[in-house]
Design a protein around this ligand. Sequence first.
Ligand code: PMP
Length: 420
Amino acid sequence: KIDFAKASFKDFENIEHYSVWQRADIHYEFLEYMKRNGHLNYRLLGNSGCGPVLELERADLTGKNQYISLVSNDYLGFTQHPKVKEASIKAIEQYGTGAGASPLIGGYYSYHKEIEDTLCEFFNREPGSAIIYNTGYTANSSSLMSLLQKEDIAIVDMAVHASVYEGIQLTNTKRFLHNNLDDLERILKMVQDKYRTKLIIVDGIYSQDGDMVKLPDIYQLARKYDALIMVDDAHGIGVIGEKGKGVLKHYEMMDKVDFITGTFSKTFANIGGFVISNPHMSAFLQYQSRQNAFSATSSPAVAGVSVAIRLLEQEPEWQAKLWENINHLKKGLKVLGLDVGNSQSAIVPVKIGNPHTTSELGNILLDHGIYTNPILYPAVSKKDARIRMSIMATHTIAQLDKVLEGFEHADKKLKISKNK
Ligand code: PMP
């Protein structure tokens, strides 16, 4: 019997001797238990577009259902940008609502090609170097599944996204301690000459701590030990580097890595993902990457992505405003004695540790009209629970001040501040 008081979602992935239906039933009991005990505020239903304020199907203490939202990765607010919306609407009018087929058999349209071409320009790669996927998740998982075989090895920062882990399930894998170069070198030394291809996989910005990869050092190690590098810059693009070109631009290493992957679901304000390499590799993935070859392409609404990419260059003021907001909120949280870890991006955690306190904090904030995400195990390690916030360029300073007031209020009950 599972002890619900100590259980986490991971405990329900597989339960010995339980059929699929029995697992679903006991999992349901667990969800009910979590709700009864005030630990479940996920999957809240939103009734408005994603933006700095979100209307939820729930009322706060004052009876309002307008929440300041810190849960969206639409960092520059482009999901609501008139030019981005217009491009998607126009494409739907021109092409209809769906693509009707997978890319090799009729589902490859000029709006897809335009995104690929715009991405190549953006990353300064020769035309034909980009392939797009239906999500950032499959860009990682599917490309990795076809790139790495049993003769190869994936060497991953242990904090990489779940989609990377999915992609390397069938190959050899070693994990190095987060951002720890000594541990990476230890592994590279150990696996030297044992594998055909060694691929180091890192995120540009890590999705839970918001900290940045130490890419120049990793590059040196990759050269020394003859390894390739893949960087998933899902959270860096739009936020970091000149004109939002991401972590690779920040380090002036745009042409130094073998694969760049990313998503359309954050700064690019849509849904989809991409892998950038070179034209031969893109052609290889077009035919060999199964989730790409056997899945229908994205709908014409994705056309807004080309416009969003170009907006980074045309309207740099959004990135500047985003940083004003990030700095304001982080400064305020530090003054309150809260631990924001080593965040270097628009992802700002407030590290709490205890999962129950973290859930409670999430609920107190919600009751005060502030929507954040409590992040618990297995998304982070067991003692590392935190509130995670994503800051947007379209938040106002007044909204962020209200968020700070929410934390100050919660501290009276939960004593989370390190200030004496
Ligand atoms: N990579 C990282 C680092 C992510 O945080 C995410 C998810 N938000 C993804 C990939 C997956 O992207 P998508 O939402 O487009 O599937």
